[in-house]
Design a protein around this ligand. Sequence first.
Ligand code: PMP
Length: 407
Amino acid sequence: MFYQTYSKSQNYFTREVILDSGKGSKVYDMGGNEYTDFTCALGPNLIGMADDRINAAIIKQLEKGISFSTPTMIEQGLCEKLIDIIPGCESVKLMKNGKDVTTAAVKLARAYTGRDIILKAGYHGGDDWSVSTEIGAKGIPQAVKDLTLKFEYNDFENVRTLIRETGDVACVILEPVMNDGPKQGYLEFIQDLCYKNGTVLIFDEVVSGFRYSLGGAAEYYGITPDLMCIGKAMANGSPISAVCGKKDIMSLIDTGEAFISTTFGGECLSIAAALATIEILEQPGTYEHIWGMGKKMLDGLQQAINFYGLSDCVSTVGLPPHCGLTFRDIGKLDYLDLLNIYEGKMLNSGIIVSDTGFISLSHSNEDIEHFINSANRAMDDIKKAIAQDSTTGILTGRKINPVFKRR
Ligand code: PMP
């Protein structure tokens, strides 16, 4: 089977689902079967599939043109809007993927500080500097690997020690929200550490941007990084990302000292989609809805864990807009066996989700109830598998085999 993104490949699903269309929270496969989608295309669909208002904005721009030979008014409009809504954003560069902007931010930090070492916590896309610490990937020179070090999110001492022992650190890049979010004072601590060491602080908000609030986790937690990377949810599924931040750092792009340039950066359909998405997100009640639906999901999942007595091996994780379950080994079953049972049962109940999922503006109370009822059935199966210490007869479909494994 063809696929373009690891996490959408057949290795991640218990059976093949080839999707054809979607509307709101629903997607439809080639046979017309309906699914409620909580993976939201791995995060981008924050408003919902095929939103009429966003479609209209894209169509209006389509009639004017997609790509131009000089800057455009609509491009300027989006950059001004981002400067308005993103904390600390004095200048913007539009790109396409999350990794375009995390790599751009890291390059900017190196150019600005004249240092090479990167400290990272989280996943920052598929470029060499980023994945060199994650998996034993081939094709990355040792010289590149040596320059990126990983620190433990929410471990105050770990990052402090790494900065002290490593010396000249160009940047600390982290996803500000991982797992259940930052411990009290953690983001402030990192910001202070960076400031004292002349290190650039980069928030990778490719997932968290627009999701926890319009200005991302930076706005939600009241911490302004030097540079911020946004992407996924910015245009409800259209390919666009941005690196934003302090003018004195960002200006290195314009002088060409930090070479960051791409043909489709100013592509106008995605820009139109981003502006329409932001306009919807700015309406009152948006974030109350997203947080409210997620809270209902987390509460329902916790009740199911309690009811089936699974707290030894299943926990809820995440803040309401991006939340779900985390599984642990038990007996002869490893965490992937439990995830496998869960995901397969959910899929057969008409729900697309992995261990964690995303809430969109189009998810309704009924969608969440459907989700929770299905999760209860999945946990019933997990309980049976634990009792027999095997997945035999319970696991339907194939074994999942993610590229990104926990170990
Ligand atoms: N940063 C984070 C936090 C991500 O989750 C991802 C993608 N999952 C990226 C960066 C890379 O984005 P992309 O796949 O669009 O390059």
